[in-house]
Design a protein around this ligand. Structure first.
Ligand code: ADP
Length: 467
């Protein structure tokens, strides 16, 4: 149980951010302290080298002025006074022959490197080295210098005190890592928590919404731009979901309403057959009316499915070459009998040649729906026209009528499923034609708009890509 909780915590973003923050902070502290340690170390070594050089200068002067015996006496005296375990002196020939040496007991085996002696003799340069002292934890710094043609002076200084001091620094630096680690973890955790506070609020709101509080929204009051962006996007998404739910609810109501009347009529017919005793001809008429109601219902259901599938992108659209002029003229011919009956004049204003790529069947349905509406909502003696123009790889189709018109407030609503304006209640229809038209246009990558004036007429504009 505890282990599971622990694993859960390690999977949280706050934990990961805290670990990253603490890790980077610790690493930075380690780099800073290492650089600092290196600086102290090199300063200490430089100081030791300066000490060695001063000593060499003094002894060289003594050797030049007072000779070898005086030099010998001086190095013995100095090694005794400083401590034989702190400093040692050797005088060697360039060939490695020992001319004089102080007590080397504390320094264990001290080799004579011939290559260094040769280099010092040849180049007349002081040579520095750091030596490991066998069985000791500390080191020694040594310098070789040519003080006469046949005399090389070697001085060795114990680094015990200096290394002890550097060791204290090293230990302190490691100890400092503990508070640095604790502090960086706390600061990291607080920062991660603060940064994720907004995310948590989004999560809590999502939980509330999942429990039914659909009106709840995330408060946009945080300081961080990213969190404000997240909260705003989340709220926009919620608004859209709520609008979608509302329209689905309305659609359900409409579906129920639109299906209830034909179903009631079908039931009425069936009941009549059961209870009445009428001639066979009457029953035949009832059967015909029942079939018509059923066809209407099937038509409505099929259109609804078509709209849903087109909107969801389930329907596959063909990409064939279409002679748009022919398509429009054929559709006009289809509606000509009804138009003639209403004495409506239909005309087409099309380019000489008009080819485009798309799904012929879908495009035909689009034109049929718009033309059918134009003729349906235009009174006797009116006019309906179809115009097409090309521009920038798009075709602009305009279907115009001199019909009853649509109130401006209802422009956006007429594209919703089952929506019918009050002005058109007297006409047949299910309120699905424009929804399907819009779904087809959008699936083809275009857009559809409407302009209308009550009792003057309407025009629907469709813009589609031609390829
Ligand atoms: P319907 O089956 O009612 O025609 P549509 O979805 O095709 O359904 O149209 C929705 C509503 O938009 C119609 O009921 C009508 O009120 C209005 N409408 C559509 N086209 C026209 C038009 N050309 N002139 C006037 N009103 C129109």
């Amino acid at each position: 149980m505890f282990l599971k909780k622990l694993i859960d915590v390690t999977h949280t973003l706050s934990f990961r951010l805290t670990v990253w923050y603490a890790g980077i902070f610790l690493l930075s502290a380690l780099v800073v302290l290492s650089v600092f340690y290196y600086r102290i170390y090199s300063t200490t070594m430089d100081g030791t080298d300066r000490e060695l050089l001063e000593e060499i200068d003094e002894l060289t002067e003594l050797f030049v002025q007072k000779g070898f015996e005086q030099l010998k006496a001086e190095i013995f005296a100095e090694s005794r006074s400083e401590g034989e375990d702190k400093i040692f002196f050797r005088i060697l020939t360039p060939q490695g022959e020992m001319l004089a040496t102080t007590d080397l007991q504390s320094w264990e085996k001290m080799d004579i490197p011939p290559n260094i002696l040769r280099a010092v003799a040849d180049q007349h340069q002081t040579h520095y080295r750091t030596l490991d002292i066998p069985n000791q934890t500390f080191h020694a710094r040594t310098a070789y210098a040519l003080i006469g043609p046949e005399h090389i002076l070697q001085i060795g200084l114990s680094l015990e005190d200096k290394e002890e001091y550097l060791d204290v620094f090293k230990k302190l630096a490691w100890l400092l890592m503990i508070p640095v680690f604790i502090l960086s973890t706390i600061v990291g955790w607080l920062m991660a928590r603060k940064a994720l506070l907004g995310v948590n609020e989004v999560r809590l709101t999502a939980i509330d919404i999942s429990k039914g509080a659909y009106n709840k929204r995330v408060q946009v009051k945080h300081r961080f731009t990213e969190i404000i962006g997240l909260a705003k996007t989340f709220n926009i998404m919620l608004d859209r979901i709520q609008a979608l739910l509302k329209s689905m609810r309305e659609m359900n109501d409409n579906v129920a309403h639109d299906l209830r009347s034909p179903l009631a009529r079908i039931r009425g017919n069936a009941e009549m057959v059961l209870v009445s005793n009428k001639p066979v001809e009457d029953y035949k008429e009832m059967a015909i009316s029942t079939i018509e109601e059923c066809d209407k219902l099937i038509g409505t259901i099929n259109t609804m499915l078509d709209i849903t599938e087109t909107e969801a992108g389930v329907t596959e659209f063909k990409h064939e070459k279409i002679d748009f002029n022919k398509l429009v003229l054929d559709t006009h011919e289809l509606f000509r009998p009804i138009a003639d009956e209403k004495k409506i004049h239909i005309s087409a204003n099309l380019p000489d040649v008009c080819y485009l790529k798309g799904d012929k069947h879908k495009l035909q349905r689009l034109v049929v729906n718009l033309l059918e509406n134009a003729i349906k909502y235009t009174p006797h003696g009116g006019k309906v026209s179809t115009t097409a123009t090309f521009d920038n790889g798009r075709i602009h189709i305009r279907i115009e009528d001199t019909g009853v018109g649509i109130p401006e407030t209802e422009f956006p609503k007429i594209f919703e499923r089952f929506y019918r304006c009050d002005t058109s209640r007297s006409q047949s229809g299910a309120g699905l034609g424009l929804s399907l038209a819009k779904a087809i246009v959008e699936a083809l990558g275009g857009n559809i708009t409407v302009k209308s004036t009550l009792n003057v007429g309407s025009h629907f504009m469709v813009s589609l890509p031609t390829t």
